[in-house]
Design a protein. Structure first.
Length: 347
């Protein structure tokens, strides 16, 4: 059955046309059905750790639009939560964590606790896979995690930030301490993704949303090397599961990232020229992206023009249509339907 799934074919290096598609954050606040479930769940963490609700939210965009990929509904900060770092989500503020600023705090993290504490998330994967197998056989279930550098930024800073000044400062001023945190995250993230694969995820994605803040030497050390270690471990135990990497704002580092990490597909952010990306990676490497979410909000002629340009640039190579960043909560649902029709037409 997997051989017939368009997304798996593209992630495995086949030039499928029209290209398969899914959207980052496709299960979320722009959907009225999501808002109904969210209201029932109470807190956000409760939604992520209640398998019946999280599975329902994961499948909602598949039911509405027939996306080729269903990405697990969760959050990149569920790994530090599972490691024992206090986490809450404040309305209008985003995630709030107890900041990690010294060796004692980093040493207190429970690296080996992830499989047990995140067990409800793995149950969500199992339940979602069962729904897909029964009702959406051509849809691929995507598991995911945040890459170590991006997750470390939140863990050190304690909240979202425009520049993660404290976290990046630690990486320069105390690389041994920051490196210890990164190694803990490599181990925990690997276990977290392996458990998702064992539960039924058919592809895995690593989000490095803040990779582009680093200069090349730091990018190699804190983005490429940890990601490569995780990918090697995943491939050793699950060689057939494709891995998508998203080093947001990697720019000219994109090609080196692909070669050294071993990902099957690399996701392009909104600032990436698809033609540059196509020239920077081997033709057997998949590209994913990279419509600007604001073009999706605009809809109409702007959406059609941007979509057709991306499709024209990507034709003839392994490609997955997606956004260059997560869908915005103000996106009209009918604009997503317009996008699906455009991509399905092949441009």
């Amino acid at each position: 059955m997997n051989d017939q799934k368009p997304l798996l074919r593209a992630l495995s290096g086949e030039a499928v046309w029209p290209p398969p598609m899914w959207l980052m954050r496709q299960a979320g606040r722009y959907l009225p059905e999501y808002r109904e479930v969210r209201a029932k769940a109470g807190g956000f963490i409760n939604l992520c750790t209640t398998p019946e609700l999280a599975a329902e939210v994961t499948i909602q965009p598949i039911r509405r639009y027939g996306m080729d990929g269903a990405i697990l509904f969760s959050d990149i900060l569920m790994v530090p939560w599972a490691m024992g770092q206090p986490l809450r989500f404040a309305e209008g503020e985003g995630p709030i964590l107890q900041p990690l600023r010294d060796a004692a705090a980093i040493n207190a993290l429970e690296v080996g606790a992830v499989r047990a504490r995140a067990a409800p998330i793995f149950e969500t994967v199992r339940q979602t896979r069962a729904i897909i197998d029964a009702h959406a056989q051509k849809t691929t279930l995507i598991g995911f995690a945040g890459s170590p550098f991006t997750v470390a930024c939140y863990m050190v800073e304690g909240h979202g930030s425009k520049d993660f000044h404290t976290a990046r400062g630690m990486a320069f001023e105390d690389p041994a301490l920051f490196g210890k945190l990164i190694r803990s995250l490599v181990e925990s993230t690997t276990e977290y993704l392996l458990a998702q694969a064992e539960a039924g995820a058919e592809a895995l994605m690593l989000f490095d949303s803040w990779a582009g803040m680093l200069p090349p030497s730091q990018f190699r050390r804190w983005v490429i090397e940890p990601t490569a270690t995780i990918v090697r471990s995943l491939k050793r135990l699950h060689p057939s599961i494709p891995v998508i990497g998203f080093p947001r704002l990697a720019g000219p580092m994109l090609g080196e990232y692909v070669v050294r990490t071993g990902v099957n597909t690399v996701a392009m952010d909104t600032a990436m020229d698809p033609k540059f990306a196509a020239g920077a990676v081997a033709p057997t490497i998949g590209l994913q992206g990279n419509l600007d979410p604001l073009a999706l909000i605009a809809g109409g002629a702007a959406l059609e023009s941007e979509t057709r340009q991306i499709l024209a640039a990507m034709r003839g190579r392994p490609f997955v249509f997606n956004l260059g960043h997560g869908i915005d909560k103000t996106t009209p649902v009918e604009h997503v339907a317009q996008l699906v029709r455009l991509v399905r037409s092949g441009g």
